[in-house]
Design a protein around this ligand. Structure first.
Ligand SMILES: [Zn+2]
Length: 262
């Protein structure tokens, strides 16, 4: 009889634990993501996203590749990678450690981007992926070139041209020195650092070509004089001369609006 009692207790215990398990299972929420591979890229979306929205995002990625390659005078992009489309900065923070709009990880063959109808970060992040695949991850003193080129390509949320913005930074004494830009890029005010770098990248590429630009990308900021024949202080003078000739008088500028960004 004693043994029978023990068996009964064990059986009841087993049934209770099983029913607890099935109760827990009922609380699971199904989250599904769907993916599609086209050529070298696999695109990942939440199942909630309508097919037509997925297709327009894929088209935006493909156009970004074409336009970015044209800007850096390259023809081919065949690296295999994943693009993860996310719907909020909270999700971005969870997956990348940064609540940004987009994050490029060429060493993980992945980039994360928010799905945005306006001011999309796709072209900016795509430029990071392409250039870092082709030219390598730059040394820290070339971070300003990495961000500057991506910003030049992807654009900034502003109605002003890059030259007008640079002029405003001169007239309002907000300009960051090349030294600070190169040695502590992310330590500077974001909107100034990104747009100033975008202008300088465009200026260097337009006036001195991509070969020299790539050399600095790879070797770092301290090689400026050996590659360009002028150092960073002389570059600041060249840039100021160019911009002040284009805009000899101060320009109207809504700093508050500009500084809000996207
Ligand atoms: Zn960036």
């Amino acid at each position: 009889m004693k043994l029978g009692k023990i068996v009964t207790i064990i059986l009841i215990g087993f049934i209770v634990s099983c029913s607890n398990k099935s109760k827990k299972n009922e609380e699971w929420t199904k989250i599904t993501r769907e993916s599609k591979t086209i050529d070298n890229i696999t695109y990942h979306f939440s199942s909630k996203i309508h097919i037509s929205r997925r297709n327009s995002a894929i088209e935006e990625c493909q156009n970004s590749i074409t336009e970015n390659l044209k800007l850096i005078k390259e023809t081919e992009f065949t690296n295999e990678m994943d693009i993860e489309f996310l719907e909020s900065r909270t999700e971005m923070l969870k997956y990348t450690g940064m609540g940004a709009q987009g994050m490029a990880f060429p060493d993980r063959n992945t980039f994360f981007t928010l799905l945005k109808d306006k001011d999309s970060p796709i072209k900016h992040e795509m430029m990071h992926m392409i250039t870092m695949y082709k030219w390598g991850t730059p040394p820290e003193t070339s971070t300003w070139m990495n961000e500057g080129l991506a910003t030049y390509s992807g654009g900034i949320c502003s109605k002003y041209s890059l030259t007008e913005i640079y002029k405003y930074f001169i007239q309002s004494k907000k300009l960051i020195t090349m030294n600070k830009l190169a040695n502590n890029f992310y330590g500077n005010p974001e909107m100034i650092a990104y747009s100033q770098s975008a202008f300088i990248c465009k200026f260097l590429i337009d006036n001195y070509g991509l070969d020299k630009f790539k050399q600095i990308w790879v070797k770092g900021f301290n090689e400026m004089i050996s590659v360009y024949g002028f150092d960073h202080q002389q570059l600041e003078i060249i840039l100021a001369k160019y911009v002040n000739e284009k805009h000899p008088t101060n320009i109207e500028f809504d700093w508050e609006e500009f500084n809000e960004g996207c």
